[in-house]
Write a protein that binds this ligand. Sequence first.
Ligand code: ATP
Ligand code: MG
Length: 362
Amino acid sequence: MVSDEHGRYVVLISGPMEQHEPTISVEIAGLPVEVAQAVHAELDELRSRLNVYRGQVLDVSLMPGGGVALTFGDLPATTRDDVVLPEHVLQRVERHALAVAGHRDALLKAGQHLKRGLLLFGPPGTGKTHTMRYLVGRMDGYTRLILSGRALHAIGSASELARDLEPAVIVLEDVDLVAGDRSFGFGATPVLFELLNAMDGAAADADLLFVLTTNRADLLEPALAARPGRVDVAVEIDLPDADARRRLLALYGRGVQLQLTEHDLDEIVARTDGVTASFLKELLRRAVLAALEQGDAYTAVTSNHTTAALDDLLHTNQQLTRSLLGVGNNPEDLPAGGGIGSPPPQRGRARAWFSGAGSAGP
Ligand SMILES: Nc1ncnc2c1ncn2[C@@H]1O[C@H](COP(=O)(O)OP(=O)(O)OP(=O)(O)O)[C@@H](O)[C@H]1O
Ligand SMILES: [Mg+2]
């Protein structure tokens, strides 16, 4: 029972009932209709503004009954230095995600939309998820919803929530995995179409960022091209080039006593053309192990250790290991056997994806 400037009236709040949709209903009695509607509107505004999920990182998951659950997510702290990508690639990603947020009011005044879609695509293990975590970590003040796997089916509810709690980011991880999936619900539309509808449904002036990651851009391209404008920037995250491999070695070697000369580093870089970041991470781990196994107290990792680790990882009988680290097993793709001086492996695979899209505008 309420008594305030509107008068004396009754608000009935009923919580979710077992076996029913998890909803709360609010009914108001004892006020003229327009006044009751104004109270409803005020409650609605407060619900959105004071929402406990506003500005948080949230993992979205599906519950067995079909409901959607939100858990407060815990992103590993990722700094810009932790993300090893060619500078122009990282800048393009940042510009699309962060710069728009910085110029929000000016863009709206100029009649430009804020809603935007960013697709990160490229081979497995190259840092799409890693880059997404860095971006999302930087977007304080945004409500950040992360969906992966089966939870992508919750895209409808998630985008409704995001619209309510904007500015917001909706991350859709590995969209290709469920893109054509119709197995959910009766006559459900493929998730990809639901997704495109959700991106379309949001008002253009809503500050919403959709981040999609995939390693099968070829599967998504037809659907995205058929309904243009949802994803405005596609950025290719490719296998690390020589410069990036050197930076990755420095990154993963940060906590390690490395006694490697420039020449040793050159050698590792030359022998690892075509590998993923995960491979280099494993290489250093093995080199540390090799140093530890020498018996004496471990002091430093030298080129003996890195060479032994690399020989082992590149050995022909380590195909499955390499594959698990994201390195292709096509003999032409492999640095295997290729010591220093062997011709650089052909990596047609990495380049054939979504040709040209990596250079799409800002
Ligand atoms: N460019 C990079 N810079 C720094 N670390 C990286 C990079 N790429 C990958 N890594 C490291 O390798 C791990 C695996 O990469 P990540 O999960 O981001 O790959 P992915 O591109 O999302 O692969 P997938 O297509 O299989 O999802 C990361 O957690 C990170 O430690
Ligand atoms: Mg990933």
